[in-house]
Design a protein around this ligand. Structure first.
Ligand SMILES: NC(=O)c1ccc[n+]([C@@H]2O[C@H](COP(=O)([O-])OP(=O)(O)OC[C@H]3O[C@@H](n4cnc5c(N)ncnc54)[C@H](OP(=O)(O)O)[C@@H]3O)[C@@H](O)[C@H]2O)c1
Length: 327
């Protein structure tokens, strides 16, 4: 297939609600000798896309937000952190992938996935798509999965330890519940009544409905508390952490980042590191059926604004997927 010079992409040129998104005709990204051009078949609207579009940052990051992301609107106007699709073209030095290969690419903070085509270095965060995964599921593999794996590693979560996951139905939370229960941790999940059965099916041993029960006040304690939705804080969770406990402030603000330690209890925060080896492992687990990325809903490419509205509501289960094209 000839490589087109123009493509359709959703752009965000000023911060605001989903209405600021525009479907534009833009140049196809030029690829270097070690890069691939991927024809995007599916992508997701992640909580990161929604945050960047709205300039909605965790508490304490407001003043540096525009400096980091762009003054009036995102410096990188095409959002989208993860895609699945087919390799359309490969630079002359590319040896790991060939034209036509089905792939999953994690574009991370560079974004650019809400478009018909996306460029990525062949040594970047890109893996072959497991044959048994749909392109929609493949596009949902990384955002939650990579974050959960990195935070599990930072926490040193061990088999037999007791883990509390707050926000267990979300993209990060649902990955945490699945991966931690598979490695032999005892998982308590915090979610709302409508998501209890889903979260149990992912492997949670106990489920707490956050509308009915205050998990901190119940007298129970955990080795690791992973808060994926900033519904708690390190300080408030101290009584619920066991000796040597770790509090994971995955969506928390600057305050949690600055605390670090209280006695023998640690607060771990900051951006998750996305690793190729973790992507490969998630792919292998998905291929064997051990790991299934949770999909909230699937939207058409023209319905990108609707997909953002679903994410903005803060109630999604797993990933909101956008189908960009048919295979
Ligand atoms: N540190 C990092 O590198 C990193 C990486 C990725 C994401 N993040 C951040 O992590 C956060 C979560 O991302 P995500 O994509 O997983 O979010 P998400 O999918 O949008 O989370 C939605 C889920 O949150 C749950 N929820 C909302 N309020 C809750 C509460 N009070 N208690 C328990 N659950 C609650 C909802 O479940 P119910 O309707 O059942 O309440 C819903 O299922 C975002 O803020 C994102 O920016 C950070």
């Amino acid at each position: 297939m000839d490589v087109p010079t123009r493509m359709k992409a959703w752009t965000c040129r000023r911060y605001g609600g989903p209405e600021v998104l525009t479907l534009e005709d833009v140049p196809v990204p030029a690829i270097g000798p070690d890069e691939l051009l991927v024809r995007v078949l599916a992508t997701t609207v992640s909580s990161a896309d929604s945050r960047v579009r709205a300039l909605r940052l965790p508490p304490g990051f407001g003043p540096v937000g525009r400096l980091m992301l762009g003054f009036r609107g995102p410096r990188r106007p095409i959002l989208g952190t993860e895609v699945s699709g087919l390799v359309l073209a490969a630079g002359r030095k590319v040896s790991l992938f060939g034209v036509g290969d089905p792939v999953i690419a994690f574009l991370d903070t560079k974004m650019g996935g809400h478009a018909e085509l996306a460029a990525i270095r062949e040594t970047g965060l890109i893996v072959g798509k497991p044959a048994n995964l749909s392109f929609e599921a493949a596009a949902s593999l990384c955002f939650g999965g990579l974050t959960a794996r990195d935070y599990m590693r930072k926490a040193g979560l061990a088999p037999g330890e007791r883990l509390l996951v707050i926000g267990a139905a979300g993209a990060v939370g649902s990955a945490f519940v699945q991966l931690a229960s598979q490695m032999g941790a005892h998982v308590t999940a915090v979610t709302s009544a409508g998501h209890v059965e889903q979260v149990r099916a992912l492997g949670a041993d106990l489920v707490i409905d956050h509308a009915r029960e205050n998990f901190i006040a119940g007298g129970r304690s955990w080795d690791v508390i992973a808060d994926t939705v900033a519904a708690s804080s390190f300080g408030r969770c101290l009584p619920a952490l066991r000796r040597g406990g770790r509090y994971l402030s995955i969506a928390g603000g600057l305050a949690d980042m600055l605390i670090g330690k209280r006695g023998d209890k640690r607060c771990i925060s900051g951006p998750a590191r996305s690793r190729l080896e973790d992507m490969r492992e998630l792919g292998r687990s998905a291929q064997s059926g051990a790991y299934t990325p949770l999909i909230d809903s699937i939207h058409g490419f023209k319905d990108m604004r609707e997909a953002h509205r679903r994410v903005d509501a803060g109630r999604k289960r797993g990933s909101v997927v956008v189908r960009v094209a048919d295979a």
